[in-house]
Write a protein that binds this ligand. Sequence first.
Ligand code: PLP
Length: 439
Amino acid sequence: MTITAASATNAEVAAADLEHVFHSWSAQAALNPLPIAGGSGSTVWDHNGNRYLDFSSQLVNVNIGYQHPGVVAAIREQADKLVTVGPAFANETRAEAARLITERAPEGFNKVFFTNGGADANENAIRMARLHTGRDKIISRYRSYHGNTGAAIVATGDWRRVPNEYARGHVHVFGPYLYRSEFWATTPEQEAERALRHLERVVQAEGPESVAGILLETIPGTAGILLPPPGYLAGVREIADRYGIMLILDEVMAGFSRAGEWFAFDAFDVRPDLITFAKGVNSGYVPVGGVLISDPIAHTFDERVFPGGLTYSGHPLAAASIVATLRAYEEEGIVEHARRMGQEVIGPRLTAMAERHEIIGEVRGMGVFWAVELVADRATREPVSAAVIGDLKRRLTAAGYLPFAADNRIHVVPPAVTTADELDQGLTILDAALADTAL
Ligand code: PLP
C-alpha cells in the first residue's frame, strides 16, 4: 500500500504501518497503532485532525516537547555542515556535547562514551565495571528495566528478561517499594534498612570478590516510579564501597529534567561510579545515549584498550541535538519548571484525586515523573485488571489525553515544558476518566 502524507487518513496510515512494520514487545495480529502526524510543545495530532495532550512523552523521552525550534534548527545546521563522521575522528559538536554533559555531572566525571541509546549505554557501563574490577557479576533489581540488548535485558528485572536470558553473571535483588513491601516493612526507614540488609546478604552470598557492579535506576521508572526512601541510595553506596563494587546509576529515564533535576541522583545523597543516560539528554530527536565515566574507571583505559565501540558513537546529528537541548534546558529554566510543576500542580492534583477516587491506591513521584497506582481493593491493594487499564487508556485517548500505562498504573509523565494550564487540562481529563472507571 502506498500513501501520500497530504491526503492520508488515520486508517490509511495505520494500514500501511501494519503491512510492513514489526512492532516492539507485541503480538502483531491485534495491534491498532494510533497514527501521529505532527506535534508542537506538549501536543500531538493525528491524520484526522484530532489533537492530544501528550502525558506519556512517547516513551518518557520527549522532555523538551515536540519540534523545539532551537533543537530542530541545530540538527538542520549540523546536517548542512557535516551529516556524519566516524567515532575515531575528532568533531567539534561531539566535543561540545560531551563537555556540556560532564559540566552537569559531579566532580570527577570527565569522559563520555556515546552510544545509540539507553540499552547499549548500560551494556557498555557493565563492561567497564567488569574490566575495571576484574570481576564478573552484576546485581540489579527485579523491578527494573535497563534495555533490550544482551546484558541490559538480563539485568532487567521484569518479564522481558525471562525469554532473553542468554548473558551470564547477573543476580537480582528486591529493592525498596513500601506500598508493596517485600520486607514486611511499614515505614520508609524500615523499608530502606531491610532492603539494604537484603542487598548486603546477597553480595555476601554471591561472593563479594565476584561482584563487579550494582546497577540501579536511580528512580525505577517503567517498574513504577519507585522513589528511593531516605538513606537507601547512600546505603547502597556504602555497601558498594565496603566490597569494592562499582555503583552504576541508570539515569536513562529519570535524568535530564524528568525528575525535576539534571540528574535524579542530585536529589539524593549518593555519588555513582558510572552514569548511563539517553532519552532526556536530547529528548529523542536523534537516537543517542551514553556512559558518563568517573576518573578512576576512565584511567583504567588510559593504557589498556577498551574493547567496545559503535559505528555511530557520537553521531554529529545526535551531538548537535544534545548541545541545543542542554542549552535550552538551561536558558529556558526547564529543569526548574519541571520541579515546580511537580510540587505545585501534579503532586497536589493527584493527591486530591486519591482522596476522591477509591480506585487510587497510591500516588508518588517528583518533577514530571509520577505514578498513579490503581487497585481493585484499597485494603488488599489488589491491582486492577488489564481490562480496566485497557478501557481507561481508550477513554483517555478518546478524550484527547495520550496516556502511559504500565501494569496496573497510569504514569503521569508529560514533557518537562508542559505549562500549568496544559497540566490542568490533562489532569482534569484524567480525573473525570477515573471517576467513570468501573471495577
Ligand atoms: N534504562 C531505562 C531506565 C529505561 O527506561 C530504558 C528505556 O525505556 C532503557 C534503559 C533503554 O533505553 P533504549 O530503549 O534507548 O535502549
